[in-house]
Design a protein around this ligand. Structure first.
Ligand SMILES: *Cc1c(COP(=O)(O)O)cnc(C)c1O
Length: 405
């Protein structure tokens, strides 16, 4: 979809050769004849044609313009191109939410009789799709301990078509060996989908590690200011043509051009925001580790993380989330959460505002205590999504709240 821009000085090839931060500011621009500086927001459902012949050519795919916003839209297209440039993917397709991206990436390629292997530690709604929704349509699924490569191998069946994982996991920040799982997936003739939300595209490149498809909830760090929902699927041109394109066009999980515009502008500042939040997260993790009333700190780049070597191998940084355990179980965690003044209680993450979650009673409430124990989620566990506030204000907020425990 290339609307001819009037005076672009950088060709797509020029932009692809630039460094990621620069691509995130200049990549994918479809500038209108007005020469606007900021990317335009095209709030339109449809497009008009100069002639019946042009309409015919466009439907035949011989004319590269737009047809209908459920199919594509210039603002959405700018977001997709820019994200694909960052990820090093051949193509990206935006969706209305992260869950729309996950569901489309799975359903577009699966049919009754197929089998999916997924890591047990999945985002709650992803686990619903794999564990409950897919089997209703005759797609069997097996959940494995994602950190154990032998379990992935043991779960493979002749009809296995998809492997699915997220790393680091929510909320225990376990690291799954993406290259290792990709090798097993490839040998099984399956496609590996990686949900890369927690790592963000700045810190981990699953495609480079051997994954076939990457999915995002852009709602999180890509927006980064807690405003809109959106998602994305990144894949090869072949996968788009064979599976994804028709599925998205015909089932319609399309993103609003407004939301796509917010995400497009979010990409411009993504490197700065991740750098800041991550530096604060690493700093706070170190301070929490020596604080009284904290019994455990989980942060992928700390030496006491059991998989810190793997984290360092496949990630460029430890990320923007820190998980820790407060003394006194649920009561202790609740006293701590309630005493915070800057970090607010929320189930969300990846916001400019620091957010704290008590997984056992919110995001993972629907699991039995045994299932939570199996996932390593304790009653005193707290997940902190570190925002853009000054790190000293956050440190004082955490220290103050610990006094209340
Ligand atoms: C939030 C999230 C999703 C779902 O994204 P939505 O935009 O809320 O639909 C999927 N996976 C992970 C890891 C998430 O954090």
């Amino acid at each position: 979809m290339t609307a001819e821009s009037n005076s672009e000085k950088l060709s797509p090839a020029d932009i692809a050769a630039l460094r990621p931060d620069t691509r995130l500011v200049h990549g994918g621009i479809l500038r209108s004849p007005y020469g606007e500086t900021a990317e335009a927001m095209y709030l339109t459902q449809g497009y008009v044609y100069d002639s019946a012949e042009q309409a015919e050519a466009r439907f035949k795919g011989e004319d590269p313009g737009f047809i209908y916003t459920r199919y594509s839209n210039p603002t959405v297209s700018m977001f997709e191109t820019r994200l694909a440039l960052l990820e090093g993917a051949e193509v990206a397709r935006a969706t209305a939410s992260g869950m729309a991206a996950v569901t489309a990436a799975l359903l577009c390629q699966l049919k009754a009789g197929d089998h999916v292997v997924a890591a047990r530690a999945l985002f709650g709604s992803c686990r619903y799709v794999v564990e409950e929704l897919l089997p209703r349509f005759g797609v069997a699924s097996t959940l494995v301990d994602g950190t154990d490569l032998a379990s992935w191998q043991a779960a493979v069946r002749p009809e296995t078509k998809v492997f699915f994982l997220e790393s680091p996991t929510n909320p225990t920040l376990e690291i799954i060996d993406i290259a290792g799982v990709a090798a097993i997936s490839k040998a099984a003739g399956a496609k590996l989908i990686v949900d890369n939300v927690f790592a963000t595209p700045m810190l981990q490149s699953p495609l480079t590690l051997g994954a076939d498809i990457v999915v995002y909830s852009a709602t999180k760090h890509i927006d980064g200011q807690g405003r809109c929902l959106a998602g994305a699927v990144l894949c090869s041109q072949q996968f788009l043509t064979d599976h994804l394109q028709t599925f998205l066009r015909q089932t319609g999980p399309s993103v609003s051009p407004f939301n796509a515009w917010v995400m497009l502008k979010g990409l411009e500042t993504l490197p700065l925001r991740i750098e800041r939040s991550q530096a604060s997260a690493a700093n706070l993790a170190d301070r929490l580790a020596v604080a009284a009333k904290i019994t455990k700190v989980i942060y992928p780049f700390r030496d006491d993380h059991p998989q810190s070597a793997l984290a360092r191998k496949q990630m460029l940084g430890g990320g923007t989330l820190v998980t820790f355990e407060v003394e006194g179980g649920k009561a202790g965690a609740f006293r701590f959460l309630n005493a915070l003044r800057i970090a607010r209680i929320s189930n969300n993450l990846g916001d400019a505002k620091s957010l704290v979650t008590h997984p056992a009673t919110t995001t993972h409430q629907r699991f039995t205590p045994d299932a939570r124990a199996e996932m390593g989620i304790t009653d005193g566990m707290v997940r902190l999504s570190v925002g853009l506030e000054h790190v000293e204000d956050l440190a004082e907020d955490l220290a103050g709240a610990l006094k209340a425990v």
